[in-house]
Structure formats: structure tokens, C-alpha cells
Design a binder for this molecule. Structure first.
Ligand SMILES: [Zn+2]
Ligand SMILES: [Zn+2]
Length: 264
């Protein structure tokens, strides 16, 4: 009982500490019943290269942010409800080591752990927590956003293979398949099951969707506002300094039972 209380107080302190690290930049994460299951730094694949991000696994959320000062100051908080999360293993291959995909409704991405053991631990804990929230009645997401191919893997348009990218001929990402394509090969917008607004898709996906009579909403070229919104989102990863993280320690905490849980 005392042990339980101690654990719950320790848990509250940890979460309140995370809140203070994000400051006004983030939502308040501490709430009765929320448990911090684990935390640590993972490399997150961004458009240009993988960047360190501080990840927090709660019993109901996965949260991450950019690191301004390790363990002191985080910003750009992202909150993902666990029922939306689905993991996909990536086998080691050349330079790609200890990686897996975190698929969510709004955004899917690849992360890299420092060691195989860390990767296994993260995947195990995330999967366990996801199963738990779904068991408790949350509806899992049936659709997940495409994982974007990093810019470096596409020297040329993956659609026409004729267009090479320059400062003027920019790369674009198809929101349906994640491929890197040129502007000429991505003139259409579609309302995808995972998007609130019509979003950029490559011609291959556009034709496939239209031919298969799936939900396809061709967007008139006047629908500029939403497009701008997503273009902003596209470059969102690139700003901000990313200092190397020295203390790259991953911690998983013992009890994952919410202190206030009542036995059902
Ligand atoms: Zn092209
Ligand atoms: Zn596509």
C-alpha cells in the first residue's frame, strides 16, 4: 500500500517534471490516473536526416518533443493517443539498425533506438499499452498515414523518374504512399481517410484511387488554403537546432498500474 503510494507520488512527480520541461509550449500532461511507463531519446527520421527526439510513453499516450536542453527543456510537443498507434518492425539492413515504424492516423514515421535491446523494450511496452487501451474500449485507428520516404533516398522523382530535384524543382511527398515526387507528378489533391482536408497525392495514387472508385474528391485548383496548411506541415521538421544528446538513457518504470485504478 505504502509502496503503491510511493510509486504513485513518484509517477506524479515525473509527469509534473515533464510538464515543466515543456512549459507553456505543451499541454499539461499530468492528470489523475495517467502513468508514465517509460521515457528516452529515440532518433526520429525527418525529411533530411534522423534527429533526436525525447519520447514519453504513458499508459494512454505517446508524446515526443524536440530537445532544447536534455532533461530540462523540450518543445514542439506532439501527443498521439495510443489507440491510434500501430508499430511495424524494420529489419536491420546496412545502415538501418534498431529501427521500427510508428504508424498513426495523422503521421507515421521511422524511429531508431541506440541498441537492439532498447528497441525491443520500446516496442514491447508500446504494444502492451496499446493493447491495454483497446481492451479498455478505445477504438483502434483503421487507417494510418503513409511513412514519408526521406529526401536523401530520392535524387529523382519516384513517379516520372525524369525529373531531378533542385532548389527550383522542389520535392513533394505523396500523402497516400509517402513517395517523393515532383510538382508535375503531384498536381492532384484527394481527401484521404486519414486527412481532414484534401491533400497532395502523386499521379500514380490519384489514378489508382480514381480507377478503383475509392473515396476520391478531386480538388479544384482554387482550394489553396488547405494546400498551404499542409505545405507548412511538410517543412515543420526542419526548423530548430538539434544539439547532440549525450545522456541518451532510456528508462522504463516498474508499475504501469494507474494509482487510482479500481478493479473492474
Ligand atoms: Zn515527376
Ligand atoms: Zn502516391
Amino acid at each position: 500500500m505504502v509502496e503503491r503510494l510511493r510509486l504513485s507520488q513518484a509517477n506524479r512527480k515525473r509527469i509534473e517534471n515533464i510538464d515543466s520541461c515543456f512549459g507553456t509550449q505543451g499541454e499539461t500532461l499530468w492528470t489523475e490516473g495517467r502513468v508514465l511507463v517509460g521515457e528516452g531519446v529515440l532518433m526520429k527520421a525527418c525529411r533530411k536526416k534522423p534527429k533526436p527526439r525525447q519520447f514519453f510513453l504513458f499508459n494512454d499516450l505517446l508524446v515526443y518533443g524536440s530537445i532544447l536542453i536534455s532533461k530540462k527543456r523540450y518543445h514542439k510537443q506532439r501527443i498521439i493517443p495510443l489507440e491510434q498507434v500501430q508499430l511495424q518492425d524494420i529489419k536491420d539492413d546496412g545502415n538501418i539498425k534498431h529501427a521500427w515504424q510508428i504508424m498513426t492516423r495523422g503521421k507515421s514515421f521511422t524511429v531508431y533506438a541506440a541498441t537492439e535491446m532498447e528497441k525491443q523494450e520500446w516496442m514491447l511496452h508500446i504494444n502492451r499499452c496499446v493493447q491495454e487501451v483497446i481492451k479498455n474500449g478505445k477504438r483502434p485507428a483503421s487507417e494510418h498515414a503513409a511513412v514519408w520516404i526521406p529526401d536523401s533516398e530520392a535524387p529523382e522523382c519516384m513517379c516520372c523518374h525524369a525529373s531531378t530535384f533542385t532548389v527550383l524543382n522542389r520535392r513533394h511527398h505523396c500523402r497516400n504512399c509517402g513517395n517523393v515526387v515532383c510538382g508535375g507528378c503531384s498536381t492532384h489533391r484527394l481527401l484521404l481517410p486519414v486527412s481532414k482536408h484534401p491533400v497532395r497525392v502523386c499521379d500514380t495514387c490519384y489514378n489508382k484511387r480514381c480507377n478503383s472508385n475509392e473515396i476520391s474528391v478531386p480538388v479544384p485548383s482554387t482550394a489553396k488554403t488547405d494546400y498551404t496548411h499542409f505545405e507548412t506541415d511538410e517543412s515543420e521538421e526542419e526548423d530548430g537546432e538539434d544539439k547532440p544528446v549525450e545522456d541518451n538513457q532510456t528508462t522504463f518504470y516498474g508499475s504501469t498500474e494507474p494509482s487510482t485504478s479500481t478493479t473492474l
